[in-house]
Write a protein that binds this ligand. Structure first.
Ligand code: IVH
Length: 676
């Protein structure tokens, strides 16, 4: 294809994809199927790979992520990011209305005083605030709130959020900022927690923490997988099309932004109060969390007249919902053992209706929380559902405490295997150290081992695992490979056919690649993505076992916690034995020849920063080549950077920095020589 023709096609495909993205994410009205969308995207990526000089930083292809930001640059806000004053009652709201009228020097007659001041009522989304700057219709920069004066530049991560437009349509101002809230839907939050539990990590407390944790991740590919979303609610800058907030936000929707369909223009404070009462009840039906309502004076002139206090605007206020609270009785405390041995105390409650659900249990988290609450069996406790999806016990109703309620003593031994529990320095949870002897841990580990993303032995279900462990036919993941037909036939509800399926499934799992085997063996903190990165880097399990902490830290995605966990895992004699048995069984403990063919060690220990556009490779291809050859990609240049791989149009700032730090700048051809 001719260059000119390719460019036209790239522009055309990008426009189509932007439009479909907008229809899907901002309007919730898709006009093509996911399959058709993916085909268009694939076509664009193929063309961009052929003509990398035409990749724009805001191309729809950039949404898949892949950039690594080692350190987020601190950026000063163009307009300080203020917060809002809080109110909690009808009286507070009436007081706010009065102050607005006073500030504007308007005589207020009564609550139905219409149209002198219009208020916009919006949902108060519970996530993290973000400021997006657009120049000539293109997303230029995304900055977190930080301390309100300066925040972190998280542009690369934000680009992966599909509801945030990278390129605008229509008649927008040349330069402006739009602010909004990045959040995770309740549904996505739940699935993240399920995944965390699978890799033995403590679940995240609420969607807000999960969203802000995600935004700080270094690998934007991981961010892309997290399915964050964003509502925009505040425009800043000159040359806005209208003189009021409500109209402008409506127009901003036509530029491509996702704004809330639930915002309402109210003509007096009474309408505002109605809006608040409605959402106080119906907020539980929303697919995302809100923690209140934001009320804003609509007219810009009036906003200006009212101005700001040192901390917040006088023209807006947040009404915070009271977290719903009920009192119920604590019936008992049970202690759950996770697959990594972590103990979680759970409160069993007299079932009670709260915020639309029947609550029977609540997590008590750890021994410290129990101590702090001084919670005792038969106590009446206050249960709350605030920002958290999981109900929380916030205190004991001491007025109802009976003398006979005795102080709770945290268990000292594992409820499953009776081994004495341990608590490591600095950790909140107690652990059962009997990793390879505690039936619950064994079952959990085996369930993880056979799960779909690990060894994928789906013919081995939870119930069969339980029977096998209870019958002492298997004690660890390696024993699966010693199972005999006759043993399986002796189990309840195991007929010839299911036994054969199981035997076949076990046999097939021996072909599962090293990356997944590494995930399956259940090293604490080593999830699917980390396992992949490690496998590609070390190539064989023996090489991994031989690495010390410093060497492990050199691997992308491996931090202190993961490194120590890997070392502890391979230092345990039982684990060494299990690995040996699995090797004998014939599992894959090194990269396949095909995967290996793509790797090398030429760049071991070297770090690269990629900048500019290249003739023969896309930036993603270069990143992959670096990793496959043992090198590491970083986002910003430091004295530790080995090379800056520079293409055309490398940013002048980067150039200056590389030169001042004496970091070598190499071209695409130099790089090819390096890995040849
Ligand atoms: S307007 C100057 N509107 O609440 C006013 N904020 O406590 C700027 N928030 O930092 C904020 N939903 O992170 C506004 N519809 C909404 C909001 C909203 C959530 C957050 C925002 C802000 C905090 C204030």
């Amino acid at each position: 294809m001719e260059k000119e023709q390719a460019l036209q096609k790239i522009i055309n495909l990008s426009n189509q994809l932007n439009q479909h993205n907008y229809n899907y994410y901002a309007l919730d009205k898709p006009t093509i199927s996911d399959f058709e969308f993916d085909k268009l995207l694939e076509e664009l990526i193929t063309l961009e790979n052929q003509f990398p000089e035409f990749i724009s930083p805001n191309s729809p292809s950039q949404r898949v992520g892949g950039t690594i930001t080692k350190e987020f640059k601190s950026v000063k806000h163009n307009y300080p990011m203020l917060s809002l004053g809080n109110s909690y009652s009808v009286e507070d709201m009436i007081d706010f209305d009065r102050k607005v009228f006073e500030g504007l020097q308007i005589q207020a007659n009564d609550l139905f005083n219409t149209n002198q001041v219009q208020y916009v009522c919006e949902l108060k989304f519970d996530g993290l605030s973000i400021g997006l700057t657009y120049i000539n219709g293109e997303l230029q920069q995304a900055v977190t709130r930080g301390d309100g004066v300066q925040g972190d530049d998280v542009t690369n991560n934000v680009k992966t959020i599909k509801s945030i437009p990278l390129k605008l349509q229509g008649n927008y101002p040349n330069v402006f900022e739009i602010r909004g809230e990045i959040f995770l839907s309740k549904h996505v939050f739940e699935s993240i927690n399920k995944e965390r539990e699978q890799i033995g990590e403590v679940p995240l407390a609420n969607p807000r923490n999960a969203a802000s944790g995600t935004m700080k991740m270094q690998d934007s590919k991981v961010v892309a997988a997290r399915k964050l979303d964003c509502f925009l609610y505040y425009l800043l800058g000159d040359g806005m099309p209208s003189q009021n907030h409500f109209e402008n936000l409506k127009i901003a929707t036509s530029w491509g932004f996702k704004t809330s369909q639930h915002s309402k223009l109210c003509h007096n404070i009474n309408e505002v109060l109605d809006f608040i009462s409605y959402w106080d009840v119906h907020r539980h039906d929303l697919p995302f969390e809100i923690d209140g309502i934001v009320i804003k004076v609509n007219d810009y002139q009036q906003q200006k007249q009212l101005g700001f206090t040192a901390k917040s605007p006088r023209w807006a206020i947040a009404y915070k919902f009271k977290a719903e609270q009920v009192s119920t009785q604590l019936l008992s405390i049970s202690y759950q053992v996770g697959r990594t041995g972590a103990i979680t105390p759970v409160a069993n409650l007299q079932p009670v209706q709260l915020a639309g659900t029947l609550v029977k249990r609540a997590s008590l988290h750890n021994a410290d929380i129990i101590e702090k609450l001084d919670i005792r069996i038969n106590d009446f406790v206050f249960v709350e559902k605030g920002g958290e999806i999981i109900p929380k016990i916030i205190g004991v109703d001491f007025t109802k405490r009976k003398r006979e309620n005795i102080k709770t003593n945290y268990i000292t031994n594992c409820p499953e295997c009776n081994t004495e529990l341990v608590r490591k320095n600095g950790e909140a949870n107690h652990y059962c150290p009997n990793e390879n002897g505690c039936a619950t841990q064994i079952k959990g580990k085996i369930e993880h081992f056979v799960s779909r993303k690990a060894m994928n032995i789906d013919s081995l279900g939870g119930e069969t695992i339980s029977q096998l462990v209870d019958a002492k036919l298997i004690k660890n993941i390696a024993n699966i490979y010693d199972l005999k037909k006759e043993q399986l036939l002796s189990l309840d509800r195991m007929a010839q056919k299911s036994v054969q399926n199981l035997i076949d499934g076990i046999e097939q799992s021996k072909q599962v690649n090293f990356e997944r085997v590494l995930y399956a063996i259940g090293i604490r903190h080593v999830g699917e993505t980390t396992a992949k990165k490690i496998a590609k880097n070390v190539k064989t399990i023996d090489a991994l076992i031989a690495l010390n902490k410093e060497q492990l830290l050199e691997i992308d995605e491996v931090g202190e916690t993961i490194a120590l966990s890997i070392i502890a895992f391979f230092n345990t004699p039982q684990n060494q034995q299990i690995i040996q048995q699995l090797k004998t069984a014939g599992l894959q403990f090194s990269l396949s020849p095909e995967a290996l063919a793509k790797t090398g060690t030429k760049l071991n220990g070297l770090t690269f920063v990629i900048s500019g556009v290249f003739n023969n490779y896309s930036r993603d291809q270069l990143k992959e080549l670096i990793e496959l050859n043992g090198g590491k990609n970083v986002g910003s240049i430091s004295a530790k950077t080995s090379y800056v791989l520079a293409g055309d149009n490398m940013g002048p700032e980067k150039l200056k920095k590389a030169q001042s730090l004496g970091v070598k700048i190499i071209s695409e051809t130099d790089f090819e020589t390096l890995i040849a």
